[in-house]
Design a protein around this ligand. Structure first.
Ligand SMILES: Cc1cc2nc3c(=O)[nH]c(=O)nc-3n(C[C@H](O)[C@H](O)[C@H](O)COP(=O)(O)O)c2cc1C
Length: 196
């Protein structure tokens, strides 16, 4: 089934330029569609260049049935994506996390999520794909506190993403199932119907 045409929930997946981005189609998008989500993907400009270069951008469009957003729309254009039920920022680079915390919306991905954070209607889940050095950056804790204080669901901690030193964990896989479980818990789908 392309793009979850029978879906009742739409996941706004935001990908930034961090490890794991190369695997979002097989590891996140296709499993989300199998769980009943329609998936609308928006990429930061750098993430867009990475997936364009590898050919994944086209494959993502094929599997979701929706255009992958990288650039902002023209003022005369309508949004190419349907209304979103939940945003998932995954992988979130330390740069994208910092910008979200500060409300910097200088690309389409940040624009969508910043508006959702302030709007307080559509839930936002963020998986920071970061290392120990990112966390030691002096502004990191204040960014996390700012996002938590407005209800952003941050998937952080030893049980979900143990920190490693830079360049010490090449190829470390993201906890894809735990990430999707978190999103499913926040916006549950229609479970199997029970006979009356
Ligand atoms: C190969 C490569 C892998 C990277 N992996 C990460 C990563 O896992 N986490 C991270 O925070 N930054 C990572 N970076 C750095 C980000 O790509 C960089 O900060 C970029 O400006 C993020 O842009 P964006 O947040 O707009 O996507 C990586 C860079 C390269 C070249």
């Amino acid at each position: 089934m392309q793009g979850g045409s029978m879906s009742t929930r739409t996941l706004g997946l935001i990908g930034s330029a961090a490890g794991g981005l190369e695997n979002i189609r097989p590891s996140l998008i296709e499993p989300a569609i199998a769980r009943g989500w329609q998936v609308a993907v928006t990429l930061t400009p750098t993430a867009g260049t990475w997936l364009q270069d590898s050919g994944e951008l086209q494959r993502i469009e094929d599997v979701t049935g929706l255009p992958c957003r990288v650039s902002p729309r023209m003022p005369t254009e309508n949004s190419p994506h349907p209304p979103i039920d939940c945003y998932l920022v995954c992988p979130a680079s330390s740069n994208t996390v910092a910008k979200l915390a500060l409300g910097l919306a200088d690309n389409q991905a940040l624009t969508s999520v910043c508006e959702a954070i302030g709007g307080q209607v559509v839930p936002v889940v963020v998986f920071p794909r970061i290392n120990a050095a990112h966390v030691r950056q002096p502004a990191w804790n204040s960014h996390i506190d700012a996002l938590c204080s407005v209800g952003v669901h941050l998937l952080i901690g030893e049980d979900i993403w143990p920190l490693h030193e830079p360049r010490s964990a090449p190829g470390k896989d993201l906890p894809w199932s735990k990430i999707l479980d978190a999103v499913d818990a926040i916006v549950p789908g229609q479970g199997p119907s029970t006979p009356s």
